[in-house]
Structures are given as C-alpha cells and as structure tokens.
Design a protein around this ligand. Structure first.
Ligand code: CP
Length: 310
C-alpha cells in the first residue's frame, strides 16, 4: 500500500506483519540506544487539525527514532487561520517534498481526499468518526502481547460508538483477526445498522460484559455532539461508566483498555483506570510509538520500491 488510511482493506497477514515488526521496536525502545537509521533521508510532516497528545507525540518520536526528519505543523499558528483550505495547505506542504504526511482532521474522509492530491504517502491519524488505524494496531499489539493471540477473544467496546473512529478501526481489525466484538452503548450513541459490521449490540453493561476478555472504554466525544444528545455525566457514569461492580461480569482477569484521553468519573472509575493488575492504558501508549515506527518503516519501504530503490 502507498498510504495507511484505514484498517478496512488490510489482510490478516498484513496486520500480523505490522504487529510482528512493532514487537521489535517495543524492545528497541526499552534500550538506552533507541536510534535506528531506517528513515534517514526521509521527511515526515505531522499535520493535525484536531488536538492530540498521544498520536502526534508518538509519530514524532517514531520518526526521530528511525532517523527521519520530522516537522510538526502547528495548525493554530498556520495560514489555515487566514482561511487557507485543507487542500491548499496540503498542496503547499507537498511542494516541499515530504515523504510522509501524517494527518488528523475532524472530517471523515479528509485523509482519503488528501491522499488523492499529494505525491507523498499519507497516514490517517484520525479522520472524524471514520478511522484511526494506528490506534487499532496499537490496541491489537497490547492485547496480543498480554494474551498471546487475538483469534477467539471476546472484546467489549463500550461508550460513544457513534462518534468513535477508534471503535470503527477496532471493529475492522478485531473482526479481520478472528476476535468477536460486542458494542455496549445507549441507543443514542450507536450508529444505525452497526450490526452489519458483524458485531453484537448491548444496551446494558452487565449483560454486555459477561465473560469478556477485553473491556475497551471510550470517551464521550462532546465536541462532535453539536447540540444533539449529551447525557448528564453523572447519569451516564451510573449506567455506562466502568466501575468494579460492572466489571465483575467480565472474566476475572479481563484487561481494561482506553485509547485516551480519559474522562475519569464519566466513562471510567478512577480506581479501575489505575488498576495495576488489569489496566493496560499506559501500555497502550507505549505500544503506540512502536506501532508508528513499524508503519512509517513499511511506507518508507514501499516508497523506495516505487522510486526503484529497493
Ligand atoms: N488516542 C488518541 O488518539 O489520543 P490523542 O487524541 O491524544 O492523540
């Protein structure tokens, strides 16, 4: 592939190859010498139209640890603020010959659109409520390292599914790799017809969590609700927030996951989030750097092939 725009369309061997490569980078990132030379000569531009802590920082670290040059475009202080469009902004950056553009945008499909205009590789760092492929890969790596497999696991994704690109990418990846996915959410936070993606739907946490191996919590994305349904956070926590009482229905050793950022006391109880034995939320962040190194490397290899250098 020239770009990484989504998990949809990736095959099981392609996903496995990215996860296997990421494993190597997990170990390397724990060493004192973290630098490798696989991206030397390559330029990566981070272009984030929405805020980010984890994704932007880990793409920057990933590019640096592979020896690439990386630029963070600050949209807030860019000419976007003077009315320059998404396409004009991307084409301006394209004229500077980057090799990879890492793009986050509030509109679903924005990264696909850019990929059709620019000469470089594009990585989707989250587009609206569509996809966030590197998040699903890092979630899969976290699960695989802890439980040894993805095949046959029962995973519950809970909360604001309607607005979640993380949920969509995870549904694609987990389904492709043979895991079973349950969605647990109020009706107002589930897209119509989501069952067609091969998932089971529940509206009650205790029913949905029964015998699950993985409990993946999602934030209420109030920034995408635009005057639509916004529940009282206290009421939401009572019915859909993960606490020990609801968690007792999952398997005794079920892993607790959250892509971040978390809203403690809204979708997840603070003690559950910090549960040393079962919460893998910080591990997910660590896996993010390794996964992004593997993705940058894979695209760089494909670029070299296209340039006739490999
Ligand atoms: N999970 C995730 O995408 O986090 P950021 O918004 O901080 O990048």
């Amino acid at each position: 592939h020239r770009h990484l725009l989504g998990i949809e369309g990736l095959s099981p061997p392609e996903i496995t190859a990215l996860l296997d490569r990421s494993e190597i980078y997990v170990e390397q990132n724990r060493e004192a010498d973290k630098k490798r030379a696989r991206l030397v000569g390559r330029t990566v531009i981070n272009l984030f139209f929405e805020s980010s802590t984890r994704t932007r920082t880990s793409f920057e670290l990933a590019a640096q640890r592979l020896g690439g040059d990386v630029i963070n475009m600050s949209v807030m202080t860019s000419s976007v603020k003077k009315g320059e469009t998404l396409i004009d902004t991307a084409m301006t950056l394209n004229a500077m010959h980057p090799d990879v553009l890492v793009v986050r945008h509030g509109d679903s499909g924005a990264t696909q659109l850019l990929s059709e205009k620019v000469n470089c590789a594009v990585i989707n760092a989250g587009d609206g409520s569509h996809e966030h492929p590197t998040q699903a890969l890092l979630d899969a790596l976290t699960i695989r390292r802890r439980l040894g497999r993805l095949q046959g696991l029962q995973v519950a994704i809970c909360g604001d599914i309607l607005h979640s690109r993380v949920a969509r990418s995870n549904i694609h990846l987990l389904g492709t790799m043979g895991a079973r996915v349950r969605l647990i959410a109020p009706k107002s936070l589930l897209p119509c017809g989501i069952e067609r993606m091969g998932v089971e739907v529940f509206h009650d946490m205790k029913d949905g969590l029964k015998d699950c191996d993985i409990v993946m919590m999602l934030r209420l994305q109030s920034e995408r609700m635009r005057g639509n349904f916004f529940p009282s956070t206290r009421e939401y926590f009572r019915f859909f927030g993960l606490d020990y009482d609801k968690l007792a229905n999952a398997k005794p050793d079920a892993l607790i996951m959250h892509p971040g950022p978390m809203n403690r006391g809204v979708e997840i109880d603070s003690e559950v989030a910090d549960d040393i034995g079962r919460s893998v939320i910080r591990e997910q962040v660590e896996m993010g750097v390794a996964v992004r190194m593997a993705c940058l490397e894979a695209l760089s290899v494909n670029l070299a092939k296209a340039e006739g250098r490999a």
